[in-house]
Design a protein around this ligand. Structure first.
Ligand code: SOE
Length: 397
């Protein structure tokens, strides 16, 4: 219990790099800005390198460090396991945690293969029968402008949807000498731009439209086939010396695909980490009979809205500044116009998960939603391997 009798929940987080830092500050900030029904306690940070994990633990206020994730999962004071490790470890850690009765937050994409994602979704469904909750970290759903976009579509303001246009553009491996990060190794990451960032726009477009992707036709390309092996990892790419040995890049550098949605809209998707000058440009445009929406994460506090029912003499895309207290999540933060950043969506994710746990309901996106995205990623790879052949995505059971 806290000073005001709000119950607490011990968090055990596995992984402490980029996502570990984003999640750490989210668990810390959640009770400071939101009236959470459960207060998270940062009880254990898991990492194989005690010194490096200890440094992160000190900076973010974790109470202890565990070098073995199994010990972290088994601890009585850990009630929720937060999985922030590379994709090849998600299934084992998340399933062990669910079977131990711990709630789970798992980073995206849910897994590296459909078989792993199926096992995870099954374990999550079974655990849910005894009140254990799970969530996959498609965090951008919690950007206020994205949540607003979903509200507007659900209210019917766009009418019949015709086009979905989605891009996720970064450039952090455009340099052919950028090191061989784990994100470029299939055995660790599952796929390249496709699963790392393409998964986000797959999730976001399905979330905003409230519809599912039914089939795809894709191409994948790897521009740089081998890269220097890094000595250390700092930031996204890591660092390699000029004479470092090279290793093979085993994933796609870019993924492009066409898709169809359940409601009849047609779509195009592009995910790349070679779009020089584009740093984290998640661009989504949706065109419906009654209007359109456009979003770009590089201007993340703005949603462009076009109302096709307006007098054409004054109609045009309106730049809506999504910083009003009436906008999703915003009232907990700063006065109108002061804006939010990348890290705030992670706090919103933590708040939504704690609230769902307190209210005894399953949060979204669920592991079943993560499995659906995994099936789409697999369909994209199958289609590309078959020369862009149209490939159906199995409907959820
Ligand atoms: C690297 O491309 C990365 O960190 C992704 O792994 C994240 O999911 C995305 O949010 C930012 O970019």
């Amino acid at each position: 219990m806290t000073v005001d009798d709000t119950p607490t929940l011990g968090i055990g987080m596995v992984g402490y790099a980029f996502m570990g830092a984003a999640h750490s500050q989210a668990w810390r900030n959640a009770p400071s800005f939101f009236d959470v029904p459960i207060v998270p306690r940062l009880v254990a940070l898991g990492g194989r390198n005690r010194e490096a994990a200890g440094d992160v633990a000190r900076r973010f206020g974790w109470e202890s460090v565990e070098t073995d994730w199994r010990k972290l999962v088994a601890r009585d004071d850990v009630g929720l396991v937060d999985v922030c490790t590379p994709g090849n470890t998600h299934a084992e850690i998340a399933i062990a945690a669910l079977e131990a009765g711990k709630h789970v937050l798992c980073e995206k994409p849910l897994a590296n293969t459909v078989a792993e994602a199926e096992a995870m979704a099954e374990a999550a469904a079974k655990a849910a029968e005894s009140g254990v909750r799970s969530l996959v970290g498609f965090t951008y759903r919690r950007v206020p402008a994205i949540a607003l976009a979903r509200q507007l579509v659900a209210e019917g303001r766009l009418g019949q949807l015709h086009h979905v246009r989605a891009q996720y553009l970064q450039d952090w491996i455009a340099d052919p000498d950028a090191p061989l990060s784990w994100r470029l190794e299939k055995d660790k990451a599952g796929s390249g731009a496709l699963g790392d960032i393409g998964a986000h726009i797959i999730d976001l477009t399905q979330y905003i439209t409230g519809e599912r992707i039914t089939g795809v036709s894709a191409i994948l390309e790897t521009f740089v086939k081998e890269r220097p092996i890094p000595e250390s990892f700092t930031g996204l790419a890591g660092a390699a010396s000029a004479d470092a040995a090279k290793g093979p890049v085993t994933v796609d550098d870019t993924a492009l695909f066409l898709a169809r949605f359940t409601g009849g809209a047609v779509a195009s998707f592009e995910a790349t980490r070679f779009a020089t000058g584009r740093k984290n440009a998640i661009r989504i445009e949706i065109n419906g009979a009654k209007g359109s929406l456009a979003f770009d994460f590089e201007d993340m506090n703005v949603l462009q809205v076009f109302d096709n029912t307006e007098d054409p003499r004054v109609a045009g895309f309106k730049r809506v500044l999504v910083t009003e207290p009436s906008h999703p999540y915003v009232s907990a933060w700063w006065p109108a116009g002061h804006g939010l950043g990348y890290e705030h969506a992670f706090t919103h994710q933590a708040v939504d998960l704690l609230t769902a746990i307190a209210e005894g309901r399953d949060p979204e996106p669920s592991f079943a939603d993560g499995l659906n995205v995994q099936r789409i990623l697999a369909a994209v790879e199958d289609s590309a391997a078959a020369g862009s052949a149209w490939t159906e995505v199995p409907a959820p059971a």
